[in-house]
Write a protein that binds this ligand. Structure first.
Ligand code: AHR
Length: 514
């Protein structure tokens, strides 16, 4: 009986710690690839739900500590991410936004209905000047998205003039009267958003004509013209990239693209943010990894039509999109954020690095309180999500030089009759000269031993952080705000062999020592 008990116990332990697969990850440091543009780690803040109002902006009179109306706690946390770029004011909201509503005395600004997101009043407290206060506090670049859907070329041209004109101009004087002497630095300007849908339900050919029409009138002083972004397609589509790269290429810096990860892949019933089973863990991972092929297909079109590689492929909206949290306004797109979201974020980063030559900007949707957010707030409280931690761990990859990585002997993560790669890997030489390696274990039930090699070199050890948890849907709450956070990890080479123990369902980023 005693022996049987021991056997059962041993089997139990084995089940809890299943044998580790040994996977080989080899980095070729001698063949540096393209630089991973820091703007791959860009953010998106739309006038949607509590994404801006409450989540970021509380106004200068608020009891919540703030600077020029922006919450100190949230801005402080975002600074840790070295947010390189913020896209604003939408999204679908952009094509209903009239910039003149958001300048001048805040008390006198018109109150509109945010028809797209919840039908709530939009008091325009956050407008152009406030947005630039935020990006300047963050030290980020500004990506302003213009209104093509319900605006005019004149309105768009005048917004650019208002923001960028120096010297004598009535609009520059108006900006000065509103408190800003020097022009704002607009790094990127989007000409419409999702023109195939909320931006006007257009065909790509029609949008291409409009794009050229509007772009003709967008003028700015020498050196101040923003990089122009044409609004492209989504999901598996390549037609928008095809048409725009032929018809709207002149003076275009990038074509945008959107891809959202839904556990079920079905918009009517997307799947829950928490309390999901392994089949939805698997399908979320599998669905998010589809972006690799989608990017590949679009890049092939660009390579054909733009062999000089002038045009970037900007994934300016991406992330998880679940059923809204029960009891919340469906138009506010509020969802919880779990370990699964961190794994999704890291898988996408690794894919973006692989396409660094064309993918020069991405913007996760969205920064605070909306969809796959970095931060969740409730009145004066704030918590950091697992996605936030993934962004923080990957900071060394901003403007790093990508390095080729080969994964061999991978043990695919199988679920039913389907499978995805078990280990996703990425490597780069950081601006500090160190080599960084990022690993994601997609398998929620099996740890993995990763043997790390650097072709033609030695590795003596590695140190960094790992993010994991017991539960697939581990998440932080206001009661337990530190329930999931990264912990330090380091390993030393033994007999010239460096083995990194990557837990099940985990994200690991390490600096490699030679
Ligand atoms: O991010 C939420 C919405 O998703 C954006 O407003 C829109 O562009 C997309 O459909």
């Amino acid at each position: 009986m005693k022996a049987l008990k021991h056997t059962i116990l041993a089997l139990g332990i084995l089940a809890a710690f299943p044998a580790c697969a040994q996977v080989y990850v080899t980095v070729d440091a001698a063949k540096p690839g393209p630089v991973i543009n820091k703007n791959v780690y860009g953010q998106f803040a739309e006038h949607l739900g509590t994404g801006i109002y409450e989540g970021l902006w509380v106004g200068p009179q608020s009891k919540i500590p703030n600077t020029k109306g922006w919450r100190n706690d949230v801005v402080g946390a975002l600074k840790e991410l070295k947010v390189p770029l913020v896209r604003w004011p939408g999204g679908c909201f952009a094509d209903e936004y009239h910039w003149r509503d958001g300048i001048g005395d805040r008390g006198k600004r018109p109150v509109k209905v945010n028809t797209h997101w919840g039908g709530v009043p939009e008091n325009n407290a956050v407008g152009t000047h406030e947005f630039f206060d935020l990006v300047e506090m963050l030290g980020a670049e500004a990506y302003v998205n213009g209104n093509l859907g319900s605006g005019t070329p004149q309105e768009m041209a005048e917004w650019i003039e208002y923001m960028t004109a120096d010297g004598k101009s009535t609009l520059a004087e108006l900006r000065r009267k509103n408190g800003r002497d020097k022009p704002f630095k607009v790094h990127y300007f989007g000409i419409g958003n999702e023109a195939w849908g909320c931006g006007g339900n257009m065909k790509p050919e029609y949008y291409a004509n409009l794009y050229n029409h509007y772009a003709t009138f967008l003028k700015a002083p020498n050196g101040a013209r923003p990089k122009m972004v044409a609004s492209g397609g989504n999901d598996a589509d390549t037609r928008w990239t095809e048409v725009l790269s032929k018809e709207a290429a002149r003076g275009t810096d990038g074509i945008s693209y959107h891809y959202y990860t839904l556990p079920t892949g079905v918009w009517e019933k997307k799947g829950a943010a928490t309390g999901f089973d392994e089949s939805q863990w698997f399908s979320t991972v599998a669905n998010t990894m589809k972006i690799d092929q989608y990017i590949r297909n679009n890049v092939a079109v660009l390579d054909k039509n733009d062999p000089e590689k002038k045009i970037g492929f900007y994934v300016d909206e991406w992330g998880t999109w679940y059923d809204v949290e029960p009891g919340t306004n469906p138009g506010f797109l509020f969802q919880r954020n779990t370990l699964r979201d961190a794994v999704v974020a890291a898988l996408n980063f690794n894919i973006f690095h692989d396409h660094a030559e064309r993918v020069r900007m991405t913007n996760i949707a969205q920064m605070v309180n909306v969809l796959q957010a970095m931060i969740i707030t409730d009145k004066d409280k704030m918590l950091l999500t697992p996605t936030y931690h993934a962004y923080r761990m990957y900071v060394p990859f901003q403007d790093a030089t990508s390095l080729p990585v080969a994964v061999t002997n991978d043990v695919p993560y199988k679920h039913g009759d389907k499978s995805v790669p078990g280990i996703s890997a990425s490597a780069a030489r950081g601006k500090d000269g160190k080599m960084y390696v990022a690993l994601v274990n997609t398998n929620p039930g099996k740890a993995s031993d990763v043997v790390l090699n650097v072709a033609g070199g030695n590795v003596s050890g590695a140190s960094g952080q790992v993010l994991t948890a017991e539960a697939m849907d581990a998440h932080n709450t206001f009661e337990r705000p530190q329930a999931i956070k990264p912990v330090s990890y380091s390993a030393r080479a033994e007999n010239g062999k460096l083995t990194l123990k990557v837990p099940a369902k985990a994200v690991m980023v390490v600096a490699v020592e030679s």
